[in-house]
Ligand binder design. Structure first.
Ligand SMILES: *Cc1c(COP(=O)(O)O)cnc(C)c1O
Ligand SMILES: [Zn+2]
Length: 482
């Protein structure tokens, strides 16, 4: 188990925080005053690294409870910044917040039963409660703070929808003169997300291509025009997303669950969760580390292919580049594009792949894939037994169920599934699944290989006649079953 994320004691300088290349053969350091987001020496990913000896870190996690009494201060109200001692790259007067991170860890026994764990054993971390409706706001709070620190004004991202929605909300609802530029691919964005980008006034550039194409372009444009890049290749995003784990621990009264299950797209979340636990363990703030399960959609399963079938591992940062490059060549040769109903994870070239491998290594993690049918059935179960989520989020529940079936997760385990985005992000899919309209079902879902809506809650069509309506209610909503 290697902890390369931590600053080695030979580190020079007086800064508490700096950026550092994750490649152990390189380890180039970059000041946090810069916004380049790739190693200037070897082009690998950068981490935000702390010299914890210089930082003021509390001696126990329960110390953070004192912030609850100071909720009128926006920096203590924020579910990100009330943990700022664990992401100490920022001076207090530079913080950007829109009230992100007021989330809920919800116990759901119906979902526990679907997954196959005991009552009380399944918890849903509902990130849909964020101001823009997805977990992305956690990362944006940190990245916008960094953008403010370096004096950036124009900020850009490529997005499957939620990153752009979050970026647009941060630009429209803060007063630091940020201007939003977003890149989306053609055709694949869910309406709830697109409507947010437009409503909040972001310059929206739609290119012919998919997310992977859009990301490549935005990185070029950002470099050329000196625009601040807000994709999760930006390591400050991942600092904000660590707090999702802190809030889970907080909601569990600082106990550590057995499993964290998260959908995997660009792998920013899984990477940041791993970093959170590496640091908490190093600081002696937790004893046990939860296991991590990252769940791909079958139509966008690069991580699962590489890890579960091609033996790719972290190897202290010496990840075999040939395994990755061969796989990407294969995608190119066969013209394989990501394709899943879970549009938020419809990504074939995850930028944070190596950081995710590190997280899997530290958290004794596993990777699985679930198909669109399994995702939609799990989504219906989440909706019927808890707070609603968008398709990608339900991959976590479908993945937990699969791991339980395989005996990897035990019936007595305590499992936290991350519901990454709000149900209303993608109503088209929800309505098509539940709809009695076969044509609608076929149009939206049939082409994805979704055959049936096993848990559909179909609307009942009745004539406009009082007696028939009363009879219908008697038929469908009897009270004795309760
Ligand atoms: C962005 C997103 C994901 C994927 O997260 P990564 O950090 O890119 O792996 C999953 N679900 C939703 C709802 C998202 O918006
Ligand atoms: Zn490097």
């Amino acid at each position: 188990m290697s902890v390369t994320i931590l600053s080695d004691t030979r580190s020079t300088g007086t800064e508490v925080a700096f950026q550092q290349c994750i490649n152990p053969a390189c380890r180039t350091k970059v000041s946090i005053d810069r916004a380049i987001f790739e190693c200037p020496h070897c082009a690998d990913l950068l981490d935000v690294v702390y010299d914890w000896d210089r930082a003021e870190v509390p001696s126990s996690l329960s110390w953070f409870e004192r912030k609850w009494a100071e909720r009128t201060d926006p920096e203590n109200f924020s579910g990100v910044w009330r943990f700022r001692e664990l992401l100490p790259f920022v001076a207090k007067n530079q913080i950007v917040t829109i009230g992100e991170g007021q989330t809920l860890l919800q116990r759901s026994d119906p979902v526990a039963s679907y997954v196959g764990v005991q009552p009380g054993g399944l918890l849903l971390q509902y990130e849909g409660m964020n101001p823009s409706g997805s977990f992305k706001d956690n990362g944006m709070a940190a990245a916008f703070t960094h953008a403010r620190m370096v004096g950036a004004k124009r900020v850009a991202c490529a997005s499957t929808g939620n990153t752009s929605a979050s970026l647009a909300v941060f630009c429209s609802s803060t007063t630091f003169g940020f201007k939003a530029i977003i890149f989306i691919g053609s055709g694949k964005i869910a309406y709830g997300k697109l409507s947010q980008a437009l409503d909040h006034g972001a310059l929206t550039i739609q290119i012919v291509g998919d997310f992977d194409d859009a990301l490549e372009r935005v990185r070029q444009v950002a470099g050329r025009l000196g625009i601040y890049l807000m994709n999760s290749v930006n390591p400050f995003r991942l600092e904000g997303q660590k707090t999702i784990m802190y809030r889970i621990l907080e909601a569990m009264r600082w106990e550590v669950p057995d499993w964290i299950v998260v959908p995997g797209g660009n792998l920013g979340n899984s990477s940041s969760f791993g970093k959170a636990f590496i640091e908490l363990k190093h600081l002696g703030l937790i004893k046990k580390v939860p296991r991590l399960a990252v769940i791909n959609a079958t139509g966008a399963h690069t991580l699962d292919q590489l890890v579960s079938h091609h033996g790719l591992t972290w190897r202290n940062g010496l990840t075999d580049p040939d395994v990755i490059n061969n796989y990407y060549s294969h995608l190119n040769r066969e013209h394989l594009k990501a394709d899943t109903i879970a549009s938020a994870i419809e990504i074939n070239r995850p930028v944070n792949l190596k950081k995710c491998l590190r997280a899997l290594d530290f958290c004794d993690g596993v990777v699985r894939e679930v198909n669109d049918q399994e995702i939609l059935d799990a989504k219906a179960k989440v909706g019927a037994g808890g707070l609603g989520c968008e398709p990608a989020s339900a991959a976590s529940v479908a993945g937990a169920r699969l791991l339980r079936e395989q005996g990897v997760i035990a019936a007595s385990d305590r499992v936290v599934c991350i519901l990454t985005g709000h149900q209303l992000k993608d109503p088209t899919v929800t309505v098509a699944y539940h709809s009695a309209d076969q044509e609608q079902f076929e149009k939206v879902l049939g082409s994805r290989g979704v055959k049936r809506a096993g848990f559909a809650n179909r609307p009942v069509v009745v004539p406009n006649d009082l007696d028939t309506i009363i009879r219908t209610i008697g038929m469908y909503a009897t009270t004795e079953e309760a």
